[in-house]
Design a protein around this ligand. Structure first.
Ligand SMILES: Cc1cc2nc3c(=O)[nH]c(=O)nc-3n(C[C@H](O)[C@H](O)[C@H](O)COP(=O)(O)OP(=O)(O)OC[C@H]3O[C@@H](n4cnc5c(N)ncnc54)[C@H](O)[C@@H]3O)c2cc1C
Length: 485
């Protein structure tokens, strides 16, 4: 394994000193043991709150702010760094963007202008297995920076107040409001009160207790060779999930690559892991070292990194208790809540499904003098089942003789999906698989790989409680999905 000093020099050389600095910061933050948020003196009964809603974190969840303000609430956004700045690119299918217009935030033409590329289809390809094309899923690349800059502008126009360089360090909940304590970038402190807090701090929230983690690195590249071979870039095709080797160092590395503006391609390398295993190692730095070293195996050419994109995406397997807010007046949203698919980690798609109904539920509750009383983000029973597959992917067999087994299992699963037809295949990726199709999918996977249930039930090593949760989730999912189809 390459040493950390050598990795740093490679990353600095390929991505520049700023990339290295930001990676080291993110890795160091993850390495810190989780500490409970210090408790702050709760506001007294009858306190008149400064805000109806405080959004702690100004990343993708910023979408809540203009909608809540449009529903008559006084909203403040408090962000550790700069709000509406992203180190990522997003892909999604066109219909999933509909809430942007349904919310009244954007016109259809404005949404069109945020789409930087659309492609004919995507593929999933497993090393040693087949290639499975799918249409209508993750086939539009969105200008992530442009989207958030516009959301911010619209929020400002609706009266949302922005406080940047404000790190939330503690909170205390009283009967009618929460007091929040912020450390300012200038060294000072700020206290504010709010009737409701949206914890939108993503994976950095102390309440983001999801059990899986997906370290992701990569960026927007130019110079990749265009063509139709698997190791060339075809601007009409997106790679959704592609592996170029078996399990190495206990991890199944996966590539994703999708066309962007003409001549540009976004490429990611990631793996799934139990969150506890990623603590204490410079995971993003190591992964970037691998990215630069192995990129040539994935795509030919003379790549130049235009814009690095990276981060940790949490995933909740549904086999352990969910991330929970610390009080009634705190609501988890986005990655902190981790209710998105533990298989695809598509937090952007999940946000599209959540921000509008979530904001409406919050506004309705506050206007009636209540609190929402539970999660406001979208979830689906299907995740209770696919979470087990995500766990398998996060803890693949380490024995050298078995390094191809995970690819073989995924090949059976995606072969079955493809056999089912494009509609169910793309629906699974978009979290919309119907009940009867799901049952057929399980049947087809078992026919291709009869030992699949034994493999999943080997989850018993997570303990009887996790297995019981999975079996309960499976029966609930099948019943609910059947009823809804
Ligand atoms: C490299 C990468 C690529 C991705 N690509 C896709 C994709 O193609 N499709 C898809 O569906 N999803 C994708 N995702 C997932 C998606 O980006 C996330 O699910 C989404 O950004 C989560 O939004 P969020 O608001 O919860 O968190 P974030 O967008 O991460 O924002 C959290 C914000 O909170 C701030 N913050 C943290 N701590 C504090 C604090 N104490 N006080 C104040 N502010 C704080 C941070 O500075 C940050 O701005 C990708 C993620 C990554 C990392």
């Amino acid at each position: 394994m390459v040493g950390v000093a050598e990795l740093k020099s490679r990353v600095r050389e390929a991505g520049g000193p700023e990339l290295l600095e930001r990676l080291e910061w993110l890795d160091a933050e993850r390495a810190r043991p989780p500490v409970a948020e210090p408790s702050v003196r709760a506001p007294e009964p009858g306190t008149r709150a400064d805000f109806d809603v405080v959004l702690a974190g100004g990343g993708l969840s910023l979408l809540y702010a203009p909608v809540l303000a449009g529903l008559g609430l006084k909203v403040g956004v408090f962000e550790r760094g700069r709000a509406a700045v992203v180190h990522r690119e997003w892909n999604i299918s066109r219909p999933e963007l509909r809430p942007l217009t349904e919310s009244g935030l954007f016109t259809p033409e404005e949404v069109e202008s945020l789409i930087v590329a659309r492609y004919e289809h995507g593929v999933c390809r497993w090393h040693g297995g087949g290639e499975y094309p799918v249409r209508g899923a993750l086939d539009h690349a969105v200008d992530a920076g442009g989207l958030l800059a516009e959301v911010r502008r619209r929020a400002g126009a609706r009266g949302v107040r922005f406080h940047e360089g404000h790190t939330l360090v503690g909170l205390g909940e009283g009967p009618g409001a929460v007091r929040l304590h912020f450390a300012r970038a200038d060294g000072g402190r700020t206290d504010v009160t709010a009737r409701l807090v949206l914890d939108a701090r993503g994976v950095s929230s102390p309440h983001a207790t999801a059990d899986l983690l997906c370290p992701t690195v990569g960026g927007v590249l130019t110079g990749l060779r265009e063509g139709s071979a698997p190791d060339e870039v075809n601007p009409r095709v997106g790679d959704i999930l592609v592996t170029t080797e078996g399990v190495e160092e206990g991890r199944q590395h996966i590539w994703e690559g999708f066309p962007g503006r003409p001549g540009e391609t976004t490429v990611y390398l990631f793996y799934y892991a139990p969150a506890r295993d990623v603590r204490g190692e410079p995971a993003l730095l190591r992964l970037y070292g691998r990215f630069f070293e192995r990129l040539g195996r994935y795509k030919q050419g003379e790549p130049r990194l235009l814009r690095p994109t990276f981060g940790y995406i949490p995933g909740w397997s549904r086999l352990v208790p969910p991330p929970r807010a610390p009080g009634h007046r705190v609501v988890l949203v986005g990655d902190a809540a981790a209710r998105h698919s533990p298989l695809t980690y598509c937090g952007f798609g999940a946000m599209m499904r959540s921000f509008l109904p979530g904001a409406r539920a919050i506004a309705a509750a506050l206007h009636e003098g209540r609190v929402p009383g539970g999660p406001v983000v979208h979830d689906t029973p299907l995740h209770a089942v696919t979470g087990a597959l995500a766990c398998l992917m996060a803890s693949p067999p380490r024995e050298p003789a078995l390094r191809g087994e995970l690819n073989a299992l995924l090949d059976a699963a995606f072969g079955a999906l493809h056999e089912l037809g494009n509609a169910p295949y793309s629906a699974l990726i978009k979290d919309q698989l119907a009940g009867t199709d799901f049952v057929r999918f399980l049947y087809l996977v078992a026919r291709r790989r009869p030992r699949v249930y034994r493999e999943v039930l080997a989850l018993v090593r997570f303990g009887p409680l996790a297995t019981a949760r999975w079996l309960e989730g499976l029966s609930r999912a099948v019943l609910q999905l059947r009823a809804s189809s």
